[in-house]
Design a protein around this ligand. Structure first.
Ligand code: B12
Length: 274
């Protein structure tokens, strides 16, 4: 029997969260095996983010006019590995995280799988976890394991004859998954990658660029304060190097002011912009 885990919901709150009555949820579970709740020592069922995602998919299929059985099998089939990934993040189960990522990343273009499937799940789960006591720990656990896997995929990305991109996160900035995904996609299109990682001083980019002479320098910012603080230094960097800025904190007007170009859209597809 599993002990109660913070962030899991009993059937009443779960029913309110997804907007479906308790009796209908029970029917979906017993007839179609739609949910896989944990059991408390006292025998209560506890529903997770994965169950919530399945309920949402079930509702979408039902509203598109499909029968319940068909909706349930589609809801179960779609996102099986993302569902198990989120469940594994929630329970700090590193073995299952790696198993789900093995499946998700085992394809010719892993950057696309990361961008379309893994990161949206992380953002959605992260925003939900942010309200919970265990939330920061889960975000760190999930984010750092994913970062390690993406870096492992880039193990030999410095090799090859192609143009060179120097990439990393700006000073104070730990959010590396967007630029890492971009770097993987760029490497797949023939670029070599020099990765400076999280929290890199602008002077670090400057010195590395003088030494490596890259064809593009890409700096990422997620939080407004890290970007605002770095703007002056970025202006000097842009005067010397082919600077591109990316991430949610960056906007067109600031890039124009700095003298840099902005990379936008899906990190797995933005290689066409360099
Ligand atoms: C994972 C995560 C972390 C991990 C990061 C691990 C890692 N190696 O990256 C860790 C645990 C380190 C972390 C720490 C913190 N985090 Co955090 N984190 C997240 C989370 C859950 C996901 C971020 C992510 O990777 N998203 C995936 C990217 C690709 O999506 P995106 O950022 O939305 O970017 C879009 C576009 O901008 C574009 N894009 C992004 N990068 C690039 C690159 C290129 C080249 C291109 C073309 C496009 C592009 O693609 C995306 C989709 O279109 C978000 C939740 C959220 N709602 O975003 C919070 C979030 C970003 N974190 C937040 C905060 C507050 C923090 C902390 C301050 C928390 C704390 N007190 O410790 C620290 C700050 C650390 C620091 N100094 O940077 C806030 C930021 C609020 C804000 N805007 O200021 C968020 C939004 C959570 C929230 N709802 O409050 N975090």
């Amino acid at each position: 029997m599993a002990a109660p885990v913070q962030g899991l919901l009993r059937i009443g709150p779960f029913s309110r969260r997804v907007g479906v009555s308790v009796s209908v949820l029970r029917a979906w579970e017993s007839r179609y095996g739609l949910f896989t709740p944990l059991r408390t020592a006292g025998g209560f069922r506890l529903y997770s983010f994965t169950d919530e995602a399945r309920a949402q998919r079930m509702l979408e299929h039902l509203s598109s006019g499909l029968a319940a059985r068909e909706s349930a099998s589609l809801a179960l089939a779609a996102g099986t590995s993302v569902g198990s990934l989120v469940r594994a993040w929630e329970t700090f189960d590193a073995t299952s995280v790696h198993a789900a990522l093995d499946e998700l990343l085992a394809q010719p273009d892993p950057a696309s799988a990361v961008s379309r499937r893994v990161l949206p799940a992380l953002v959605q789960a992260g925003d939900a976890w942010a309200r919970e006591e265990l939330g920061p720990a889960r975000i760190h656990f999930a984010g750092r394991l994913l970062e390690a896997r993406l870096l492992a995929l880039g193990g030999r990305w410095h090799e090859g004859p192609g143009p060179l991109a120097l990439l990393g996160c700006g000073p104070g900035e730990q959010h590396s998954l967007g630029p890492l995904t971009f770097a993987l996609a760029l490497h797949r299109r023939g670029w070599r990658i020099a990765w400076l990682g999280a929290d890199t001083p602008v002077e670090g980019f400057e010195a590395a660029a003088r030494s490596l002479r890259p064809d593009a320098v890409v700096v990422s910012f997620t939080m407004a304060w890290t970007f605002t603080r770095a703007r002056g230094a970025l202006r000097s960097l842009a005067a010397e190097q082919p600077l591109r800025l990316c991430g949610p904190a960056v906007n067109e007007a600031a890039c124009a002011d700095i003298g840099a170009r902005r990379l936008t859209g899906d990190p797995a597809l933005a290689f066409a912009q360099v």
